[in-house]
Design a protein around this ligand. Structure first.
Ligand SMILES: C[S@@+](CC[C@H](N)C(=O)[O-])C[C@H]1O[C@@H](n2cnc3c(N)ncnc32)[C@H](O)[C@@H]1O
Length: 335
């Protein structure tokens, strides 16, 4: 596996080291363009464990800086490759404007809700970041819909676990690491794991333009992906390079959420007329025996190895001719 890290500015570094169309996935968390001192005051923590040398970008330069690194990100991504940018609110507009100047297509604007929000008395407490998920056009992008939850799995609330995991508001706690050296704004492993599982395959190249504590690269390595990236601060770079080198490829593989085998063994196969008629007949028989519509569909879904919505469409189409089958699907736009 390839692991390449450069103690360098990401814009000149990408120009020098990364070929066009060479990276499958970029997950990155640029400096926020707010002063370091102010940032320290936001957090109730012992700053002696925070690595010295976090390099900020002056606000006045933020728009141009964002444009320059995002152009590089666009260039190095493979067609179909994905870019996730984690951003606070302060300079979000500059990042959005820069993204609009590229060919990259917005897929989702995700809200990441975290714990330990900055305590404020006279306004609402800020406790979210934005995650901008874009893809490079001209090839189908990787989206592993069932990488974590199978279609048939139920959440604690009784709904579809897959649906809930793919909603665009993510509640993921920051990691509390008392007494450990860290970078400011270190991203949690669970957050990075989620993006990597949905948007890449094992062996893919994952890039981070702003490595910080190398959290993206560490999780990529832990999940059998290759990694490349840049960090301008020598202090952070030297410390974290040693840490990542000590990690084994695949060290996170046993910790991640994987789906059990998909119960919907016929999912994706066209439903022929015979099967359609059989489903309709069995549905009517269950209703005649006193079953509710939902229970009957659940039972048929297991029997025929098809998702709830597929069975519902058949049932509505055959038992209620006036139903608009498009109204009965709510699987979400798979893009
Ligand atoms: C928000 S932090 C990244 C945090 C990282 N995602 C983590 O989980 O630890 C931004 C990082 O970008 C670095 N940085 C600032 N300007 C840079 C540049 N031009 N090229 C590369 N890295 C830069 C900062 O020193 C800082 O470590």
């Amino acid at each position: 596996m390839t692991y390449l890290f450069y103690n360098q500015d990401c814009i000149s570094g990408a120009q020098e080291h990364l070929a066009d169309n060479s990276v499958d996935l970029i997950i990155t968390d640029p400096p926020y363009g707010i002063s370091g001192d102010k940032l320290d005051k936001h957090y109730n923590r012992n700053e002696s464990f925070v690595i010295d040398g976090y390099v900020e970008i002056p606000q006045a330069e933020y728009a141009e800086f964002s444009m320059n690194w995002i152009k590089q990100a666009e260039r190095v991504l493979k067609p179909g490759g994905a870019l996730y940018v984690v951003s606070g609110y302060t300079n979000l507009i500059d990042i959005l404007n820069a993204l609009r100047e590229t060919s990259l297509k917005e897929v989702n604007h995700i809200i990441w809700k975290y714990n330990f929000g900055v305590y404020t008395k006279t306004k609402y407490i800020s406790s979210h970041y934005h995650i901008l998920y874009y893809v490079k056009p001209k090839a189908k992008h990787t989206f592993n819909t069932f990488a974590r939850y199978a279609d048939h799995e139920r959440s604690d609330k009784g709904g579809s676990a897959n649906y809930e995991d793919r909603e665009d508001v993510w509640v993921i706690n920051r990691e509390y690491k008392p007494g450990q050296v860290k970078n400011k704004n270190e991203l949690p492993t669970a957050l990075l794991t989620k993006m990597i599982q949905y948007s890449s395959q094992e062996g893919d190249m994952v890039c981070d333009f702003f490595l910080g504590s190398f959290s993206t690269a560490k999780v990529a390595k832990g999940l059998n992906r290759k990694a490349v990236g840049f960090e301008i601060s020598q202090n952070a770079f030297d410390h974290q390079l040693q840490e990542i080198n000590a990690l084994e490829v695949g060290y996170l593989q046993d910790t991640i959420r994987r789906p059990p085998e998909n119960q919907y063994f016929n999912q994706g196969k066209p439903i022929e007329d015979d099967e359609r008629a059989a489903i309709a007949k069995d549905f009517q028989a269950l209703i005649d025996k006193g079953s509710t519509k939902k229970k009957a569909i659940d039972a048929l879904s297991q029997q025929y190895g098809r998702g709830y919505w597929s069975i519902l469409r058949v049932v509505d189409g055959t038992t209620n001719k006036s139903a608009n089958p498009n109204n009965s699907t709510n699987q979400g736009d798979l893009f």
